[in-house]
Design a protein around this ligand. Sequence first.
Ligand code: CA
Ligand code: CA
Ligand code: CA
Length: 135
Amino acid sequence: MAMAGGTSWSAFWSCSRTPSTGTSGRRCLPLPVIVLFGNTAPGPAELFRRGDVDGDGAVELPDAIAILDRLFLGGEPPGCPDAADANDDGELDLSDPITILSRLFLGGEPLPPPGPIDCGPDPTADALPACAQRC
Ligand SMILES: [Ca+2]
Ligand SMILES: [Ca+2]
Ligand SMILES: [Ca+2]
């Protein structure tokens, strides 16, 4: 059977003549065909430093201020919401700048992976928007 573009169905079958195939003399087996419906593979993981909201490579006071600015003064959204999600609970709220400030000035708990130093992917799934900036 002819297909658009001059391709025939026989291109998708492997046929051979064997004595055991009866009157037709041909035995055809379907070949596996891979059909691609677009790129459904996940893209590369977004890499960021936890708490580095401004993307300058360090977690400092301006990072906490950037979150507060966004939350209470309508400032710019963070370039990487996962970086601003300092406690990795999947939400951007007051607890995030508090987590950063606690770590910086009060010896609080280390920031969750990938942490403030290593550039890495988010180990926990969340509904935060994708990072516009990467480390
Ligand atoms: Ca920073
Ligand atoms: Ca959070
Ligand atoms: Ca997360």
